[in-house]
Write a protein that binds this ligand. Structure first.
Ligand SMILES: NC(=O)c1ccc[n+]([C@@H]2O[C@H](COP(=O)([O-])OP(=O)(O)OC[C@H]3O[C@@H](n4cnc5c(N)ncnc54)[C@H](O)[C@@H]3O)[C@@H](O)[C@H]2O)c1
Ligand SMILES: [Zn+2]
Length: 283
């Protein structure tokens, strides 16, 4: 009797080993439980996916969102004084020091499962995946994403405030201090400013136009970790939706983004589950 039971179990396991579909079936059941069905349906149909990321996408790497950063040791500072041309004119040493502190924090951080998962999705031949970010860090690139559209510039591309000439940072890590004199431009001697887009400044036109085209052509548009309040970037999900894309928000605290689906999970959790599902489709 015991032997019969063992033989049947061996046969049972062999049957599953031979027939990948059983495995696929059970894996799918498991993964489907973890992803809203509307999203799995969209992932099966989609060809062009746009992933639109905000500060929440880097939160799992320990990079504070704008709000969190202001709640920490910078809490007494006014965001406008740190991120506007007027704030820059008022106190360049304060602004330069703040951005150098942030650059140092980013250099110490590592890409999380969201950044790494997106880079993996880009390799899937089923899709054409584009990454549009509002983030000024380089975690998508360090995770392996090949072409990332930075709508709001980058902490790593400072430039002359007057002539726009780019500036190369020294190899030494940035110092963390309340005030720091910005370096001077080698061409015109004006101050070097952070290469990020501040309140009241225009987005780089070519980057925004490319982002808009991608949004309009996408069939699945994922908004990951953004409050969707900073325009014109926040207009992209709406443009995508109006042109027929299925728009999904991945955020533990859903925003007012006009999404078809608000999925209340963290960026790393959401993208990991999507990747797992996409891998299961390949089997
Ligand atoms: N890492 C960066 O480069 C960085 C960091 C801070 C701010 N910013 C700038 O601040 C501006 C603010 O706009 P924003 O919408 O990007 O940020 P935001 O601070 O306005 O909103 C962050 C959003 O992320 C969500 N969030 C928090 N933790 C999350 C997680 N683990 N997973 C998923 N979502 C999570 C929050 O609920 C919130 O909706 C942007 O223009 C951006 O350039 C960039
Ligand atoms: Zn210059």
């Amino acid at each position: 009797m015991k032997l019969l039971l063992i033989v049947s179990m061996v046969q049972f396991i062999a049957m599953f080993r031979e027939n990948h579909n059983y495995f696929k079936y059970f894996t799918m059941v498991h993964i489907i439980d973890l992803i809203p069905s509307a999203l799995t349906a969209a992932l099966k149909e989609a060809k062009k996916i746009v992933i639109f990321t905000g500060a929440g996408a880097s939160a799992d790497s320990g990079i504070p969102t704008f709000r969190d950063a202001l709640n920490s040791h910078w809490s007494k500072l006014n965001p406008y004084d740190l991120a506007s041309p007027e704030g820059w004119e008022k106190d360049k040493e304060l602004v330069w020091a703040w951005y150098e502190g942030r650059r140092g924090d980013v250099m110490k951080a590592q890409p999380n499962k969201e950044h790494l998962g997106i880079a993996q999705l880009e390799l899937d031949t089923r899709y054409s995946v584009s990454v549009i970010t509002q983030n000024v860090d380089d975690l998508h690139e360090r995770a392996g994403s090949r072409s990332v559209l930075h709508l709001h510039g980058s902490l790593f591309s400072p430039m002359c405030e007057k002539c726009g000439k780019s500036f190369k940072f020294p190899e030494s890590p940035p110092v963390n201090t309340p005030k720091l004199m910005p370096p001077n431009c080698q061409v015109c001697d004006h101050a070097i400013r952070p290469g990020v887009v501040w309140f009241g400044e225009a987005l780089p036109q070519d980057v925004f136009e490319t982002a808009e085209k991608l949004a309009l052509k996408s069939d699945l548009f994922l908004c990951v970790g953004t409050s969707g309040v900073v325009t014109p970037a926040a207009l992209l999900p709406l443009a995508a939706k109006n042109s027929g894309a299925f728009v999904v928000e991945i955020n533990p605290n859903p925003s007012d983004i006009k999404a078809d689906l608000h999925w209340e999970v963290s960026a790393s959790e959401g993208i990991s589950r999507i990747l797992e599902f996409v891998i299961s489709l390949r089997k």
